[in-house]
Design a protein around this ligand. Sequence first.
Ligand SMILES: [Zn+2]
Length: 367
Amino acid sequence: MQKHNVLKRVARAKPNSSYSFLGEQIAPNSRKVVELTGTKLYTNSPLSIPIEVINGKYAGPVLMVNAAIHGDELNGVEIVRQMINAIDSAKMNGTLIMVPVVNVFGFIQKSRYLPDRRDLNRCFPGSEKGSLASRMAYTFFNEVALKCDYIIDIHTGAIHRTNLPQIRADLSKPDTLRLAEAFATPVIVDSPLRGGSLRSEAENKGLTVLTYEAGEALKFDPIAITAGINGIKRVMQAIGMVRKSRRKTPTSVVTRSTTWIRAEHDGILRTLVSLGDRVEKGQVLALINSPLGYVEVEVKANKRGIVIGQQTLPLVNEGDAVFHIAHFNEGEEHLNTVVEAFIDEINDAELDPITTGYLNAAVNPTT
Ligand SMILES: [Zn+2]
């Protein structure tokens, strides 16, 4: 044990070398904004993807944190902004590649998609001669993603749909499981790889990739942002980029089974549960009324679980997916502990001033 610690200290002290990225050299213990160019607007104005590269003083792995592959998913953009300010290259091992907005076209249009209506996250690894989406995917995948050892890809729910902070990852790989547990969202969804996504294609090339899903499109969710920053810092500790904190890592529960509960009627939706709530089989989760209130239809849980996603728009059509429920084998006590620990940690966090007001209202509605 003693010997192991000594070796670790020696490894920490190994000086870093310059990092070569998109034709630029980033010296150890420095940072640089680098533009990934290649795409243009109709006006012929270049449209580039801005990337901040932070090269640590000491040698270590390369981690990319990227957001807005879907252009309307904004929580990750704020997570990246806050992380860039929080990291001190003098205390860091390895290299951090921060990409706040991958889908710059969609971001400008406040849209999930690219101008050719394709979903960038179904187009990896892309091709040089393919569609606009496929070409963007190709460039980003080869010039940026494959330069990394680890990737954290940040997403949110769709418009009018919010997600409990959750990691989605292929837990059959031990390293991926270790990092998912280090990120420590209350729920980890063991999710098989989906062809064409950044996660799937980068995993196939031997990288370790976590997808962090939290909050809703086109909104800032302070809980999602804070939980994301905490999680990324813990992953950086786990892969030896920053010194380990003495704080205990919160526990998570892993789910391999989730179901969507759909509306069986059209009307006005009144929701009775929130993200993170535990629900029992048969429990009424929401009521659907006609506008004058004469019709009332119950939306019920099909199985015991935790609410990990829900519709925020109070209007539904028959067939709309209203709740996403994760199912577990764990006992009651463990599930309670996991959610309580998560809320405690968010309450204890030092918050960026932009988001403080929201969070107090969300976590502590009586004050
Ligand atoms: Zn997304």
